[in-house]
Design a protein around this ligand. Structure first.
Ligand code: ADP
Ligand code: MG
Ligand code: MG
Length: 488
C-alpha cells in the first residue's frame, strides 16, 4: 500500500473525514455515479463506492490481464461447440427449467448471422490459501458497470489529490514498466467504456446498414441507467448517427416486427431495422414474464440482428460449464499455447457437480464435514443466489433433492484491507475490514463461420469491495461497492 499512513495506521487527511465524504458524494453526483431509486424512478441516488482505492498486488493484476484475450477466445469457441455445451449442460437440463428452455431455444433456432459480439467480464479473487488469482465466474451476458468504473478511478484520483496530505498520484499505464515508489500512488487507468463502444461500433459496421439501430433490452424499472447511458453516449461520440432504443421484453411483445422472409427485425414505431440487440436483461426466468416474452427472444435469436450475447454464448457462461472446464481437458483443445493453457488452468478453483452416482456421496460428505469451505451455486446470474454455511447443510438434508441443480465451489479466501464504504442515505461504513473482487472486461467481435477475429481485446477492470462478513457479491444487490486499485 502506498497511500501514506501515520504511525497509528490512519492517513494524514487534509480535511476532516466528513468533508472528504461530502466532496466524494458531490463528485459522484456531478459525474453521474448514480442509479435510480427503486420506489421513485424520477429520482437518482449515488451508486455505492469506496472512498479510497484498494491496495493490490500489481503482479497478480497484470497476470489476469495478460490471460484475458486467451480466455475470450476460449469462451467464444466453447459457445460454438454444441458437443461440449451439451455434455457440460446435460446434468442440469432435466432439473433446471430455465437452462432447459434456453438450450431448446438454441437448438431450434437457425443461425442467420455469422457475426458474434461479446462483452465479457471475468471475475476473480486472490486466494490467500495459495497466493493465486482464482476465477469466481465468467460473465457472458449483461456484464455491467463498464460505464461507471472509470468514474470511480477519477473520483479516487481527485480525493487522493485534494484530500490527503502529501499524496502524489500518478496513473500507471498498463504497458509501462512498473517501478515501485514509496512517494507516489500508482492508480491504474480504466477505460472499458471506450473500448466497449468500439466493439459495438465494429459489429454495427459489419452489419452493414448505416440506417439501422441498436436495441438495448432492459429490465422493467431499470435502475442502472447511468451505466447504460454512458455506453450510448460513448458510441454516439464516435458515431453520432446511430439510433438507440431501450425496451423491455414486454414492450417488445407489442413493438417488435419480425420479417419471416428477410429475417430482419424492426421496431414498429419508427420502422428502424435493428442491427444489434444488446441484452441487459434475460439472464433470469423472472425477466420473461409471459410466453410472449420468450417468443421475442426466439424471434431475435432467429433474426439477422447481431446479438450480444447469442443464446449459445449465454449458455457458455453457466456455472456448470465452468465446472466442466475445470474437470475436463477442454481448454487445451482451443488454446494451443501450453503456457497460456497452464496459466488459465491456474485460475480454476476446485468445483464439482452431483450428477455422478459414483462420486455423489463422497462430495456430499465433503460438504457435510466442511460446509464453510464451499459455496453452492445454481446456474443463475445477478447475485444473491448462492448458498453458504448452514444453508448448505439444509440443502443437503432437504428431501426434495434440489442439490443436483447446484455446483459446489471451493471457497476463496481473499486478503483483507481496510477502507470506507460510501452508501446512499448516509449509511456509510468508515474504516471497515473488506475484501475485493476484480473483474476483467474483454470484448470479441468474430465471424463464427470463418473464425475471423475482428476484435479480441482486454479493455478494463471492475473492482467490487465488500465487508468481510458479507458472503454474496453484487453492487445492484447492495452487497458491495465500486472501487479502484492502488497498485504496489
Ligand atoms: P453471480 O453470477 O450471481 O454474480 P457469482 O458466482 O459471482 O454469481 O457469486 C456471487 C458472489 O458470491 C461473488 O460476487 C462472490 O462475492 C461470492 N462468491 C462466489 N463464488 C465464491 C467462491 N468460490 N469463494 C468466495 N466467494 C464466492
Ligand atoms: Mg454472474
Ligand atoms: Mg458474479
Amino acid at each position: 500500500m502506498s497511500i501514506k499512513k501515520e504511525e497509528n495506521g490512519s492517513m494524514r487527511l487534509r480535511w476532516p473525514i466528513e468533508d472528504i465524504v461530502a466532496f466524494a458524494k458531490r463528485y459522484a453526483i456531478t459525474h453521474g455515479l448514480l442509479c435510480l431509486i427503486p420506489d421513485n424512478l424520477d429520482q437518482a441516488t449515488i451508486v455505492p463506492f469506496s472512498l479510497y482505492p484498494s491496495p493490490y498486488s500489481y503482479s497478480h493484476f497484470k497476470f489476469i490481464w495478460s490471460i484475458q484475450t486467451a480466455y475470450n477466445r476460449l469462451y467464444n469457441r466453447i459457445s460454438l461447440d454444441d458437443e461440449i455445451l451439451e455434455k457440460a449442460l446435460s446434468p442440469v437440463i432435466p432439473l433446471d427449467d430455465f437452462v432447459e428452455r434456453l438450450w431448446k431455444l438454441h437448438r431450434n433456432c437457425k443461425r442467420r448471422q455469422p457475426i458474434q459480439l461479446d462483452i465479457y467480464r471475468n471475475d476473480y479473487m486472490l486466494d490467500t490459501k495459495v497466493d493465486k488469482m482464482r476465477q469466481i465466474e465468467f460473465n457472458t451476458i449483461s456484464s455491467a458497470f463498464a460505464g461507471l468504473t472509470g468514474i470511480v478511478a477519477d473520483l479516487h484520483k481527485a480525493i487522493l489529490h485534494y484530500g490527503i496530505e502529501n499524496c502524489h498520484v500518478r496513473e500507471l499505464k498498463l504497458d509501462e514498466k512498473y517501478e515501485k515508489s514509496s512517494t507516489i500512488d500508482l492508480i491504474l487507468p480504466n477505460e472499458p467504456l471506450k473500448k466497449s463502444a468500439e466493439a459495438m461500433i465494429k459489429a454495427f459496421e459489419l452489419y452493414n446498414n448505416e440506417n439501422a439501430c441498436i436495441l438495448f433490452v432492459i429490465v422493467p424499472n431499470e435502475r442502472n441507467v447511468c451505466d447504460q447511458n454512458a455506453l450510448i453516449d460513448e458510441i454516439q461520440k464516435l458515431k453520432p448517427n446511430i439510433h438507440f432504443h431501450l425496451k423491455t421484453f414486454e414492450q417488445l411483445t407489442n413493438e417488435l416486427l419480425y420479417d419471416e422472409k428477410t429475417f430482419n427485425i424492426y421496431l414498429k414505431s419508427s420502422y428502424d431495422e435493428i442491427a444489434i440487440v444488446y441484452y441487459r436483461a434475460g439472464y433470469i426466468p423472472d425477466h420473461y414474464i409471459n410466453e410472449k416474452c420468450w417468443l421475442i427472444r426466439e424471434y431475435i435469436e432467429q433474426s439477422r440482428a447481431i446479438k450480444c450475447p447469442t443464446i449459445r454464448s449465454q449458455l457458455a457462461g453457466c456455472k456448470i460449464v465452468q465446472a466442466y472446464l475445470t474437470n475436463e481437458n477442454i481448454i487445451e483443445k482451443y488454446i494451443n499455447n501450453e503456457n497460456l493453457s497452464k496459466n488459465i488452468r491456474s485460475t480454476f478453483a476446485s468445483m464439482f457437480a452431483f450428477d455422478n452416482n459414483q462420486t455423489r456421496e463422497k462430495y456430499i460428505n465433503l460438504l457435510r464435514q466442511n460446509p464453510n469451505d464451499y459455496v453452492l451455486k445454481p446456474n443463475r446470474e445477478g447475485g444473491g443466489n448462492n448458498k453458504y454455511d448452514d444453508e448448505i447443510l439444509k440443502l443437503i438434508e432437504n428431501k426434495e433433492n434440489h442439490l443436483n441443480s447446484y455446483i459446489a465451489m471451493e471457497k476463496i479466501l481473499p486478503p483483507k484491507c481496510t477502507t470506507c464504504l460510501i452508501k446512499p442515505n448516509g449509511k456509510h461504513l468508515l474504516h471497515v475490514e473488506c475484501i475485493n473482487e476484480i473483474g476483467i472486461y474483454g470484448t470479441m467481435v468474430t465471424n463464427v463461420d470463418t473464425n475471423e477475429e475482428y476484435i479480441n481485446d482486454v479493455i478494463g477492470y471492475l473492482v467490487r469491495t465488500k465487508t468481510t462478513d458479507t458472503n454474496e457479491g453484487g453492487v445492484a444487490t447492495g452487497y458491495s461497492v465500486l472501487d479502484c486499485l492502488d497498485v504496489s
